[in-house]
Design a protein around this ligand. Structure first.
Ligand code: N01
Length: 499
């Protein structure tokens, strides 16, 4: 049966369909509510809100960005338990925000959007759900994240494996690792958190490393709960802490994008850990990064190398050639017996919006437009796809620091777009192709000079384009998105009212 949902037309109060209830979707919903705009729906394919903080429940899952920065500036929290919050604490924070702003009634959980099509005659987006329902809205906001679809590499023989297999972002908590022979494939940020947590449990742990990551110390610490007295103080210390971490991160990002020698400080941190935490020169050699600092995300952990020092943990750097029914085989012919394989192999991060079919004006397919890699004006708008604004879209990730700052810039911009549409001066907002092209050329020119163009990583599409990262500071992005410039968009006069 075909159900329809409609609301709020007539030039004012455009209905907004937000796809995804992670940090981006929830943040926009809050901003809309705060702006007095209540006509929106949040469609979420999972059973509840939370995005990556709902999905990544592996042992040790935590944020490696300081808590003060990893929350909405309009909803700061004073009682973070530690400097680097755990997954559970961040998820609780998102739930608290959803409850505080009454977002539950706007949420459509367990609803997967299969396609979204723009109908020019009515200036509406029609979203089809997996159940065959149609949801209509004037504004479409895909807030699906960059790291929401796990990637498991195709390794010959993997389907013959008779043991237990899991991806880091789809952890199975009923599989007890105690005494097991476990393989962790991959050494990115997820593996860096998993390995130290599970090493004391497993019978034997084999870590398969394709490239050695840089690993800098994680200076974590618990925070004292705020006293009744300090709760009454103005939130200045919180703001100062936030400002301090933000400045620190801006310096890191600048080092990476402009390849300044300041980045060397980070490299020293990694070298220091290699020197002081590893006794075996052979292990140290294997763990010495070969790529340029920052071309892949820098790992943050003070417990990863010590875990690899353990006698019941092996690090294998020979390439994997095959998986058999009970082992992982490497290029040197060695058979590594395992009964559990943990794929910490990351996400299909360059395949933006791949799980839904998006068709714009004239039936234009977004996947075709993005054949050589996703691109969007300010990471949000695409010519031919009116009234569609992405959150955490192409080229809006940052190599260091909090993505929440970037997401907040988008939230402000999209809220301004909704306000502009509500004025009824235009039928829809469609970014001009020449504006989007000039923006993309500039972004790609700057990215070519950045460290991210020097190696393969999840930031980079198979075509070679860096599709995920922003080439500058977050302040630069904030400046560029501070105002919605009508001249960037086609002027489409509203239809005269009937009669
Ligand atoms: O994934 P990754 P991740 N054979 O893509 C290896 C965020 N995050 O889940 O480097 C063998 O970084 C691959 O090897 P190589 C954060 O933004 C944040 O760890 O391509 N190995 C690599 O080592 C992060 O960047 C937090 O040579 C294979 C690993 O798998 C992002 O999520 C915590 C392989 C994949 O690393 C992704 O991190 C955790 C193969 N066939 C994650 N294929 C925070 O704290 C891939 N690999 C906020």
């Amino acid at each position: 049966m075909r159900a329809r949902q409609r609301a709020g037309r007539g030039g004012r109060r455009p209905r907004v369909a937000i796809v995804g209830a992670g940090f981006g979707g929830i943040g926009l919903a809050i901003a809309l509510k705060r702006a007095g705009h209540h006509d929106f729906v949040i469609v979420e394919r999972a059973a509840d809100i939370g995005g990556v903080w709902r999905d990544n429940t592996y042992p040790g899952a935590a944020c490696d960005i300081p808590s003060h920065l990893y929350c909405y500036s309009f909803e700061p929290r004073r009682d973070w338990a530690r400097r680097y919050a755990s997954q559970a604490e961040i998820l609780r924070y998102l739930h608290d925000c959803a409850d505080k702003y009454g977002l539950r009634s706007h949420l459509r959980p367990n609803t997967e959007i299969e396609s979204a099509e723009f109908d020019e005659s009515s200036a509406l987006w029609r979203l089809r759900t997996g159940e065959g329902e149609t949801i209509e809205a004037e504004v479409l906001v895909p807030a699906c994240g960059q790291l929401s679809n796990p990637r498991i590499p195709r390794i010959p023989g993997a389907d013959r494996f008779t043991g237990h297999t899991v991806h880091s972002a789809r952890w199975s908590h009923d599989h007890d690792l105690t005494g097991r022979w476990v393989a962790v494939i991959g050494t990115g940020s997820s593996a860096l958190q998993i390995v130290p947590e599970i090493a004391p449990l497993t019978g034997h742990l084999t870590v398969f490393q394709r490239s050695a990551p840089y690993v800098v110390p994680k200076w974590d610490r618990t925070y004292r709960p705020p006293s009744r007295w300090s709760r009454r103080l103005p939130p200045l210390p919180q703001k100062l802490a936030r400002l301090g971490w933000w400045l620190f991160n801006e310096a890191l990002v600048s080092g990476l994008t402009r390849r300044w020698p300041t980045a060397r400080l980070t490299e020293r941190g990694s070298q220091m850990q290699l020197r002081t935490q590893l006794d075996d020169p052979e292990l140290r050699e294997k763990l010495t990064p070969r790529s340029e600092l920052g071309c892949k995300r820098v790992g943050i952990s003070s417990t990863y190398y010590p875990a690899l020092n353990r006698p019941d943990v092996s690090l294998v750097t020979e390439p994997i050639t095959e998986i058999t029914d009970s082992a992982v085989r490497t290029a040197d012919g060695t058979r590594h017996p395992v009964d559990t394989i943990i794929y910490a192999t990351g996400f299909a991060a360059t395949e933006f919006l791949a799980s839904l079919r998006v068709r714009g004006r004239g039936g234009r397919e977004l996947s075709e437009v993005w054949r050589d890699g996703a691109r969007a004006y300010l990471g949000m708008a695409v010519p031919g796809f009116p009234n569609m604004f992405m959150i955490y879209g192409p080229n809006t990730n940052i190599g260091a620091g909090s993505a929440i700052y970037m997401i907040e810039s988008q939230i402000r911009y999209i809220t301004a777009a909704v306000r502009e549409l509500a004025r009824g001066r235009t039928r829809f907002l469609e970014v001009r192709a020449e504006v989007a092209d000039a923006f993309d050329r500039d972004v790609q020119r700057r990215l070519r000079r950045s460290v991210w163009s020097t190696c393969t990583s999840w930031y980079r599409h198979s075509s070679g384009r860096v599709t995920n990262n922003w080439p500058g500071q977050t302040a630069d992005y904030r400046r560029r998105t501070a105002r919605l410039d009508r001249a960037d968009y086609r002027a489409v006069p509203p239809r005269p009212a009937p009669g």
